[in-house]
Design a protein around this ligand. Structure first.
Ligand code: 5GP
Length: 202
């Protein structure tokens, strides 16, 4: 019952995932897996904290060496979750957050069927567009590719367990909703395979 959950949080660029994940991490029972990427660091990145940055060649070596639990190419760059990171965090018994896009989310669901998939969304497309342009850290070309990627990702929404809307100025509410979902999900039968055995033995 107290085992940590594996939580995948996806959502289009500009959905406020970073802010919501930071709020979740204020709770000690949550940890986030730091991904590896071949993209260039942005002004708001902190190497080793937001990502581990590697070259494209180094990333390809990691794929070849089977070091990644999942990976995807997104807007021209590779992103992936190191198996080592996921295993270490899961051993700690904490709720482990993977903040990843849809292709990776589906790979995680195939490997860890008990994973909880949450889609974090801005209230509407217009808000997404405005947030992304207002960020000031992406080029126009990159923004347009990210908007296209967002439309493509929406096709995979049915694979997700929950949709959480991140309303303007209400990231704390979105984080609270995610905490509620995680709490309820722990009572789900998918996490209680030993229930009957324990019921008779205790
Ligand atoms: P950004 O370049 O804005 O940091 O991230 C672009 C997209 O890559 C976001 O949707 C983000 O969630 C996703 N992403 C970040 N890390 C990973 C990862 O390890 N694996 C996958 N599949 N996607 C990731």
């Amino acid at each position: 019952m107290n085992k940590g959950s594996l939580i995948v949080i996806s959502g289009p660029a500009g959905s406020g995932k970073g802010t919501v994940v930071r709020l979740l991490l204020q709770d000690e029972s949550y940890k986030v897996s730091v991904s590896t990427t071949s993209r260039q660091p942005r002004a708001d990145d902190i190497p080793g904290v937001t990502y581990n940055f590697v070259t494209r060649e180094e990333f390809i070596d990691m794929i070849a060496n089977g070091e990644l639990a999942e990976f995807a190419e997104y807007v021209g760059n590779f992103y992936g979750t190191p198996i080592k990171s996921i295993n270490e965090l899961m051993k700690s018994g904490k709720n482990v957050i993977l903040e990843i896009e849809t292709q990776g989310a589906l790979q995680i669901k195939a490997k860890f069927p008990e994973a909880l998939l949450i889609w974090l969304s801005p209230p509407d497309y217009q808000t997404l567009d405005t947030r992304l342009r207002g960020r000031g850290t992406n080029t126009d070309d990159d923004i347009n590719q990210r908007l296209t990627a967002a439309k493509r990702e929406l096709q995979f929404l049915n694979y997700y367990d929950f949709i959480v809307i991140n309303e303007k100025g209400k990231a704390d509410e979105a984080a609270e909703n995610i905490r509620d979902i995680v709490r309820v999900d722990k009572m789900s039968t998918k996490h209680r395979s030993n229930f009957v055995k324990d019921f008779y033995n205790t």
